[in-house]
Design a protein around this ligand. Structure first.
Ligand SMILES: *Cc1c(COP(=O)(O)O)cnc(C)c1O
Length: 384
């Protein structure tokens, strides 16, 4: 291969995560339209906004009118506040009650995980904003929706906390089977059953339930005052199969470049463990993207591919920590510096996070969530 200086745009680390903020804004507007008038969109930006970069994602969403955000931990929320984010930031998971002062100072809204957690946070004496979690069958966090006495005790007993929300979490809203639909409808009924209790309390409390799949598959069911959407904002989540909305655009692309090509004879093996053997004379391209970037080590063995010039080229052998090898034999004259797409669109074809997840027995959430901090994030703001 000739090193053509005009072709060579490679920096030291050519592996990058491109985030299309225009697509993000488009998806947010699509989801806002799916809510009824007055319904609010809470953007779930936990885990660094599903690896897209929480700071840039929240900044873009704020610019188009999103005012509610959710994170997994208080640390994530504090980082966003320090970065200047305004609006409501709900912490979905556990925060040590000893952090009550920090929650208050950074104006974070804390999820109340159960009755004893609520009491313990309240005892710290800070007027922290809080949303009460209601368990309607997922059995992760929350007060049992049927335990009306406990809910009444929390609403009546917390003297310091400013409880201004109550929500549940749906666990099978993305599965269109008869039993999953019945379960989800039961969850929505159960959370609505606490409405009279909220009405009796002197507090003004917004009741809500839906995640992405809940909003898109059960949009016509109450409660619908707010939806906590994560995956749909990012244009992932098996949209075609289970969600009624086809009009969401994937936001992320994971790309790298060819840094070297070599020709090997039939019968030679490639990479660690000699896991792949050439059946024919093969052109191998080396791409500096590996499992430390978040590409599964066995991606090649499971049939993983990348797009180069819109052509699907197989990943061969084991993915290394920092590199992978790709069979580019069928690509005429592969060049140093050519763009390689592991996730995203190229030349009219697209590899989605769902496709990658399927070959690994998992879901798009995990494919996105496992991407590491190493790839440089590049923010594109195309037309919306
Ligand atoms: C992650 C999460 C969400 C977002 O779910 P999506 O399926 O990505 O829309 C909503 N609510 C809670 C409690 C979560 O943990």
């Amino acid at each position: 291969m000739q090193y053509d200086p005009k072709q060579n745009h490679i920096s030291c680390n050519s592996t990058r995560i491109e985030v299309d903020l225009g697509a993000l804004a488009h998806n947010a507007r699509t989801l806002m339209r799916a809510l009824p008038d007055g319904g609010r969109l809470m953007a779930v930006v936990k885990a660094n906004a599903y690896s897209h970069g929480a700071r840039q994602v929240t900044r873009k969403l704020w610019s188009i009118g999103v005012r509610y955000f959710a994170v997994a931990t208080a640390e994530e929320g504090i980082a966003l506040r320090r970065g200047g984010l305004r609006g409501e930031i709900l912490v979905l998971g556990y925060t040590d009650p000893a952090w009550a002062g920090k929650l208050w100072r950074y104006r974070l809204t804390q999820t109340l995980l159960d009755e004893s957690y609520a009491a313990s946070l309240d005892r710290r004496g800070y007027p922290v904003r809080a949303h009460l979690k209601i368990d309607t069958g997922m059995h992760r966090l929350g007060v049992d929706a049927g335990d009306k006495e406990a809910i009444a005790r929390i609403l009546g007993g917390c003297r310091h906390l400013r409880i201004c929300g109550a929500f549940t979490h749906l666990c099978v809203a993305d599965e269109p089977t008869v039993s999953c639909i019945a379960f989800t409808e039961g969850q929505l009924d159960a959370v609505r059953s606490i409405e009279p209790l909220l009405a009796e309390s002197e507090r003004s409390i917004v009741l809500y339930a839906k995640n992405s799949a809940g909003l898109l598959n059960y949009g016509d069911m109450l409660p619908d005052s707010m939806a906590r959407t994560g995956i749909a904002l990012y244009g992932a989540g098996d949209i075609a199969a289970t969600l009624k909305h086809p009009d969401l655009i994937p936001v992320m692309s994971v790309r790298s470049s060819i840094v070297l090509t070599r020709r090997i004879p039939a019968g030679d093996s490639v990479g660690y463990g000699r896991a792949w053997t050439a059946q024919r004379e093969t052109t191998v391209a080396v791409v500096p993207m590996g499992y430390a970037d978040g590409i599964p080590r066995d991606d090649g063995e499971r049939g993983g591919e990348v797009l180069i010039r819109g052509v699907r080229c197989p990943i061969i052998g084991r993915v290394c920590m920092d590199q992978m090898m790709v069979d580019v034999t069928d690509l005429p004259n592969p060049k140093m510096g050519e763009r390689v797409t592991w996730l995203g669109e190229d030349g009219g074809d697209r590899i989605t996070a769902e496709e990658i997840g399927r070959r690994h027995g998992t879901i798009s959430y995990e494919v996105l969530g496992r991407l590491s901090s190493r790839p440089k994030r590049i923010y594109l703001d195309g037309k919306e």
